[in-house]
Design a protein around this ligand. Sequence first.
Ligand SMILES: O=P(O)(O)OP(=O)(O)OP(=O)(O)OC[C@H]1O[C@@H](n2cnc3c(O)ncnc32)[C@H](O)[C@@H]1O
Ligand SMILES: [Mg+2]
Length: 202
Amino acid sequence: MANTRTLEKGAKIVLASHNAGKLREFSMLLAQTGITVVSAASLNLPEPEETADSFEGNAAIKALAAAQASGLPALADDSGFCVAALDGQPGIYSARWGGPQKDMHIAMNRVHTETGNNPDRSASFVAVLCLAWPDGETRSVRGECHGHTIWPPRGEHGHGYDPMFVPEGDTRSFAEMPESEKNTLSHRGKALSLFLKECVAG
Ligand SMILES: O=P(O)(O)OP(=O)(O)OP(=O)(O)OC[C@H]1O[C@@H](n2cnc3c(O)ncnc32)[C@H](O)[C@@H]1O
Ligand SMILES: [Mg+2]
């Protein structure tokens, strides 16, 4: 049956992410919405293991864990960098390609090395947002941003794989744009617009 439960405009939610770059983007994107946000870290919520085989599955694991531990609706983001020459890898393993420290220089170098001389430079970012309520109900939305990889990486803004990704229609990497501009083009920005339309009361 279709699920129509929505968040009220002034609702307080937990942002179930431990990634500082994502949290910065979400606080900018949610600033005008009237939704109050507390972070999982500020509530000392543990980081659950991401054991699913899809963005949707992992976003639900993170959102449900935070909603059940806090008693508040929780919004999680599972995202990744999908490189055509690598058959969509690193994908859901994007954070893990950075090793135990999630070192994104290591992760970007691995993408570069494994791509080798393949002339196909297309790549996409994907973000799946899942909103979970403490009783176990969930809703999710997906946003994608298509573009291509560059090497060497360029730019100082952003986070993660941003320095090696140029979105379609631009010549700058995500890390060469102010984050406010990245948010208007990005997978996360697109997913959040859908979330606000579909999951927040008018
Ligand atoms: O699970 P949480 O706590 O939210 O934090 P995380 O960093 O582990 O996040 P993910 O499991 O969703 O892994 C996503 C990976 O993809 C990268 N990534 C996601 N969105 C990105 C973006 O907008 N720009 C650059 N890299 C991004 C990010 O650096 C992570 O390595
Ligand atoms: Mg993670």
